[in-house]
Structures are given as C-alpha cells and as structure tokens.
Design a protein around this ligand. Structure first.
Ligand code: UTP
Length: 243
C-alpha cells in the first residue's frame, strides 16, 4: 500500500439519520473531515429507519426478500449521497457502488463514501470487505451501544463491556454458539468472518456522540470494544497526512 494509515468506518443509518434531517449530518461532517486530514478515510453508510420503512413497503407489495434487500441498498446509497453533500469538498463526489470502485476513488485525499452492495447482508459486511480490499489499519463500527457486552445490558444489570476480544469469540457470539448468545452483537456474520480471516482490528464504538471518534482513534483510551488478536493494539493510530 502507500504508507498511509487507512480507516474504514461503518456508520449506521440510525446513527447518521435518527430522522431524515440535516442536524446530525452537520455534526458528523466536521469530525469526519478532521479525521480525514490525519488518515485516509472510507465511510460506509447504513440505511436506518428510512430503509426499514421502504423495505416494509416493498414487502407489503408482495416482493421477495432479495428484492426488498435491493430496495434497502438503494436507501443506503441515498443516505451516502446525503453524507457526500454534507462533506462538500472533503468527499469524493460520487457514491462508490462496490469496494472495487471505492478503491478507484481513493488516494486523492478525499473521503470515499459508499452504501450497500449486494443482497442478504448489511453495510457492516460491506465495510469489512472494503477494509480487507483497502488493507485498512482499522475498521470501526459506529453503533448505538458503547461496545460488545457479556449479555444484553438492557436486560441484565450484571452485563459488562468487553474492552477487547479475539475475532474467534466475536464469531462465536454472532453465530450464537458462545455463552453470550442473545446479546447485542452489533455486527453481522459476514462482517465477523471477514474480520477473522483478514485480522483487521475492529473497534465497536458508540456513534451517538461524534466527538468520541477522534479521541478513540488518536489516543490509547479504552472506549468501546476492540476485536483483535492477542498482544496487538493499533491505537493510537499513526497520523499520516494526505498529499
Ligand atoms: P443496513 O446495513 O443499514 O442494515 O442496511 P441495518 O442492520 O438496518 O443497520 P442500521 O440500522 O443502518 O444501523 C439496510 C438494509 O439494506 C439491505 C438489507 O436489507 C439491510 O437490512 N442491504 C444493505 C443489503 O441487502 N445488502 C447490503 O450490502 C447492504
């Protein structure tokens, strides 16, 4: 690769669009722009509530599930376009349709933004595959919980957050084989498999406060859950300025 530190963010639609308004986008745009001044940044945007509403409407027409997924993908790409608009000159001006296209748009000092790609997965999987293609130093899943827990913290008061875990444990949790079955796993199975095979560190981080991201990337703090092999730690990320 080109010596740049590369980071892929999976930004859930429910984080970026709690409602279809510009307010949250406007708070995320300067944070992402600052991060992109330090590392090469890719952002994969989710569908959120809007995708769920469109998917339900498609389902109600009698469409099959794969078609409903295609509808969901279109919404993630619409959301990606809105983020590009908010990022203005900091973003490459087109939504990348595949990880390959995202790689084509990279290396120009711009944030590369994409949505979904193919049915039967979520944008977590897209982000993991993109991280693998990009040889990313870190994949970050920004979500509405502050990490991966031993049990669902809403139901179990004794639930505690893992500050780190090996990729194999994440796979076990996601496939329901681990002790933690039923807990909120926050990533899909494809993403968990790609994280394991690629050994790319995955940080599951609370996305409800955009300011947390910079602190988490560029300090040794203990925010969220780091999914990573024994003895490794990518943080703090090395700042490599773009040409
Ligand atoms: P999301 O990745 O947003 O799923 O894709 P989500 O789990 O609802 O995540 P949040 O709420 O944004 O955090 C929305 C839908 O689009 C389809 C799926 O139907 C998914 O549920 N999709 C998305 C795909 O089929 N393939 C993709 O690559 C991405």
């Amino acid at each position: 690769m080109n010596g740049m530190t590369r980071v892929v963010l999976s930004l859930g639609g429910s984080i970026l669009f709690p409602s279809l308004e510009a307010h949250t986008l406007r708070t995320w745009a300067p944070v992402l722009t600052r991060v992109a001044g330090c590392v090469e940044l890719f952002v994969v945007v989710g569908g959120g509530g809007e995708a769920r509403r469109y998917i339900q409407a498609a389902r109600d027409t009698g469409a099959d599930e794969a078609f409903c997924d295609e509808v969901g993908i279109l919404v993630t790409r619409l959301n990606a376009a809105l983020l590009i608009g908010a990022l203005m000159n900091a973003a490459y001006p087109r939504v990348a349709l595949t990880p390959g296209e995202a790689m084509e748009y990279s290396g120009r000092g711009k944030i590369v933004v994409m949505g979904g790609v193919t049915p039967a997965q979520t944008t977590d999987a897209v982000a993991a595959v993109l991280a693998e293609r990009a040889g990313a130093d870190l994949l970050v899943n920004l979500t509405s919980v502050d990490g991966i827990y031993t049990a669902d913290p809403k139901k179990d008061k004794k639930a505690r957050r893992f500050s780190r875990m090996p990729p194999q444990q994440l796979l076990e949790i996601v496939s329901g084989c681990g002790l933690e079955a039923g807990s909120n796993t926050v990533v899909d199975m494809v993403a968990a498999k790609v994280v394991q095979r690629s050994s790319i560190p995955l940080l599951v981080l609370d996305g409800r406060d955009p300011e947390l991201l910079e602190a988490a990337l560029f300090s040794t703090g203990d925010a969220g859950t780091m999914v990573i092999g024994e003895g490794k730690n990518p943080l703090p990320l090395q700042k490599t300025h773009l040409p």
